[in-house]
Design a protein around this ligand. Structure first.
Ligand code: SF4
Length: 625
């Protein structure tokens, strides 16, 4: 087989047992890799279970690569991780860059499954197909960056390491996974899944060759993308891709501030007040004082990852999402130093920056609005109180004191304990914190936030601007278009097409900054590259069918395991009061129509369950209990 190893490694640290599942070409033709492969394996492994405890030994966590991984292709380094989510109500899919995916492939596997539970904290080593379990010892409890240094010192630089911090060990519901020191699978709470299995880290290396059918074509398309990208950013350094190259996602702070899409003070505003001193957002200042040298995923010519010039001791410069949610969204818009310190602290302790920031913003908004007061809680925190932010992060990660322990269990528990008057201030959806794009400014994205299997995920479909760009829509054979601020049937049709496209790219384990529609490669380029790698003759329609199968299979599992779509959040019906996005809102009526249309075009019944005929068309088994 070209592009695939044909082997899935299954590891059980409790039984100190490993097994290898062998798969043939028809399996890969159907399930490809990444998101879809992970969902197919999850379904196979949980067999007939109707409920899975995310923190129970029966919950497998799956790390899946794609067919181009390890082949020196720009943007093909992603690893997809799928499991029942401690943070949410069902299955979740998270991704990270770095070398873990390619290293797993070089070790001889297309995916890694971890199931069961160890008796003592362990590190799992995978070296060219050999698996070893060793006691974690004093690594357990250690900050992740320090733990990684120790692990690398003992093994060598050619290991790629996935690890958890104290938050994962303490089963904080939104603990994340770190890959290398600068890549994170942030969403879903998968740090707590590894923590529940008493696994501190998984270290992988391998030397096996990745064999493509036509490596010359793979590389010529790859090089063509690289030279096209260089020319385009020379011509337009201020384009979205130019900003990513020169400033990383940090540069998006200024772009989103200008358009009123920068969550500020618990998403109540779309940008900081005009009087705020935001010179560090300006691109010239950012370049001079904040953004350091590039630390790209291997072979990537966009290189969105940067070091921190202002804080060379930090593991990396925090991403836009982290800075926005732990910056302006908690009132630290003028205090970049504390904001970056909060991001670094989350990274070291193993907390998802987005959900942690949402939790703090919710608490601050509750005190500011009077939903909570110091007399009844004995505690008080207001927007902009950086010192208390740093304390709270520690308290959550280590479950110190009553409040830290409560917040570590997620927003649902916190609202139950502190009272339903605090519900309006929550920006969580099914337990997951909201990413840094204003749903009232981008109602298509806001609509997607409220739907499973990945609630509150901004990386599962194109953002609203594409819905008003006839050129982009033509490539999806869509003739409709919808205004950027509308939530109508046309917007949902675009959402469906791009959700399927994104799922196809996730099933190839490709980076969306590189493989997003129109970013670097044409659809024909992608088809040529994939076929040259795996030696099949797939069309673009075949890739879209793989994407649709991924969407429908994940949705089927999500619903089967108890996941539901969220109700409309009442705050979304309030107009953004000022700034460039002033007046933007979503209405409950538009939302209700959109949901009805969405279920219909997705081939789901009135409860949002995929219909038998939808699944049959895609060769997905319906689940009948
Ligand atoms: S664009 Fe960024 S995340 Fe994507 S492959 Fe390149 S460095 Fe990695």
């Amino acid at each position: 087989m070209y592009g695939f190893k044909g082997k899935i490694l299954v590891v059980d640290p409790g039984r100190k047992d490993t097994k290898i599942l062998e798969k043939g070409e028809p399996f890969y033709r159907k399930y490809m890799g990444g998101a879809l492969l992970a969902a197919a394996l999850y379904e196979e492994l949980i067999d007939r279970l109707e409920a899975v405890d995310p923190l129970g030994p029966e919950n497998p966590i799956i790390f899946a690569t794609g067919p181009l991984a390890g082949g020196n292709v720009c943007g093909a380094t992603r690893v997809n991780i799928l499991s029942m989510a401690p943070e949410s109500t069902g299955l979740y899919l998270s991704q990270a860059g770095g070398e873990f995916g390619p290293a797993l492939k070089r070790a001889g596997f297309d995916a890694l499954v971890i199931t069961g539970k160890s008796d003592v904290p362990v590190v799992v080593d995978i070296n060219n197909g050999q698996v070893r379990f060793s006691e974690a010892g004093d690594l357990w409890g250690m900050d992740r960056v320090e733990a990684r240094k120790r692990l690398i010192a003992a093994r060598g630089n050619d290991y790629s390491i996935a690890s958890i911090g104290p938050a994962g060990e303490n089963l904080v519901r939104y603990a994340n996974l770190m890959f290398e020191p600068e890549h994170y699978a942030g969403r879903g709470g998968f740090g707590a899944v590894l923590g529940s299995k008493l696994i501190k880290a998984v270290a992988v290396r391998g030397d096996q060759e990745i064999v493509f059918k036509d490596p010359g074509t793979v590389q010529s398309v790859n090089r063509k993308g690289g030279s096209g990208f260089s020319q385009s950013i020379k011509k337009n350094p201020h384009s979205f891709m130019g900003v990513l190259r020169h400033l990383g996602t940090y540069g998006l702070l200024e772009l989103n501030r200008k358009s009123g899409n920068l969550p500020t003070r618990n998403f109540n505003f779309g940008c900081p007040d005009e009087s705020a001193d935001l010179k560090h957002y300006h691109h010239e200042t950012a370049r001079a004082e904040v953004v350091g040298r590039i630390t790209p995923c291997k072979n990537c010519f966009v290189a969105c990852k940067k070091q921190s010039k202002a804080n060379p001791g930090h593991s990396s410069l925090a991403e836009y999402e982290s800075i926005a949610i732990l910056g302006p969204n908690i009132g630290l818009e003028q205090d970049l130093e504390t904001c970056l310190a909060a991001c670094e602290l989350c990274n070291r302790l193993g907390l998802d920056t987005i959900s942690t920031g949402n939790m703090i913003a919710w608490l601050m908004d509750c005190f500011e609005s009077g939903a909570l007061d110091k007399d009844t809680t004995g505690y008080d925190i207001r927007f902009g109180d950086g010192q208390k932010v740093l304390e709270l992060i520690q308290n959550i990660a280590f479950r110190k004191n009553d409040l830290g322990n409560l917040l570590a269990d997620g927003i649902g528990q916190a609202i139950n304990r502190l009272g339903s008057q605090t519900k309006f201030q929550s920006r969580f959806v099914n337990g997951v914190g909201m990413p840094a794009h204003m749903p009232r400014k981008k109602p298509g994205i806001g609509f997607a936030y409220l739907h499973g299997p990945n609630p509150n995920d901004h990386m599962k479909l194109e953002h609203d601007w594409i819905a008003s760009d006839p050129g982009s829509l033509k490539s999806f054979n869509l003739t409709v278009h919808s205004a950027p601020d509308a939530l109508d049937a046309a917007k949902i049709d675009v959402a469906k097409a791009t959700q399927i496209y994104y799922a196809a790219m996730d099933s190839l384990s490709l980076c969306m900054f590189i493989f997003g529609p129109g970013n670097i490669y044409s659809f024909d380029d992608i088809v040529d590259m994939v076929n040259a790698a795996i030696g099949l003759k797939l069309s673009f329609a075949d890739l879209m069918e793989i994407g649709e199968r991924a969407v429908q299979l994940q949705r089927t599992l999500y619903v089967r395991l108890g996941g539901e779509d969220s109700e409309f959040l009442p705050y979304m019906a309030q107009e953004i009061p000022k700034g460039p996005s002033a007046g933007s809102k979503m209405s409950q009526a538009d939302f209700d129509h959109a949901r009805k249309h969405y279920y219909a075009v997705m081939g789901w019944d009135e409860k949002g369950r995929p219909k038998a005929e939808t699944l049959e068309r895609l060769g997905v088994e319906p689940y009948n209990g």
